[in-house]
Write a protein that binds this ligand. Sequence first.
Ligand SMILES: C[S@@+](CC[C@H](N)C(=O)[O-])C[C@H]1O[C@@H](n2cnc3c(N)ncnc32)[C@H](O)[C@@H]1O
Length: 217
Amino acid sequence: MLLDSFNVKRSIKSWEDDCVTTRRSKNFRKRRLKLFGIKKSDRVLDLGCGDGLNTQILTEIGVRDVVGLDISKNLLSKASKNNPKIIFIRASAEKMPVFRRKFNVVLVDSVLHHLKRYDKALMEINKVLLPSGYLCFIEPRRLTLRKLYDFICSLPISGYIPFLRERSRSYLGEKDIMEHWLRTEEVFFKDLNKFFIKCFLKLDLLSYIGKFRKRKL
Ligand SMILES: C[S@@+](CC[C@H](N)C(=O)[O-])C[C@H]1O[C@@H](n2cnc3c(N)ncnc32)[C@H](O)[C@@H]1O
């Protein structure tokens, strides 16, 4: 068992596995990642890389220098199997190691909402980025539609509907975290503006997709 950032007890394995079993469509992810305009020559940190699906997509679209970082040993070993040529580091986004070479891009897909101190992570991201570097993120947004979707996923019946089954397990595993995050939304954007300058912020059905440039502190 583990105590996560919000002190919610849950089984490590089932949470981690649920976490990465949703949103598996590679094409969907590819389309999303393309929005960020990451260049093949960019050095990219896939922060909270999970089992490394985005890492794999970045490599497939020709990005040559990708590093993955995650706190989960279990997911990192999967990431490493899925991407044998990539370097993966076990660390926390809230306290990252010092990198000899800084990054052009830090990609954060559905990770900040898991962190109690996402503000610390924003500061750390700022440190590991080059002066002209970008933070590219995808995080859940507060919406009536999401509330409705989450409500449906919280019903036992959703466990029997193939389309909803994994999403439902994942949602139940991170319900408290998600609710905490959705209440924090405005503060998050204020914090974000302390460290970064907006290039774009797109809204899709359930998430924010943002590209922000590093601010000189
Ligand atoms: C929803 S999963 C997203 C994984 C991956 N980015 C993806 O899109 O498939 C959230 C990830 O954040 C990682 N994570 C949670 N807390 C973390 C922390 N403090 N530092 C680094 N990674 C963390 C989890 O281990 C998990 O892999």
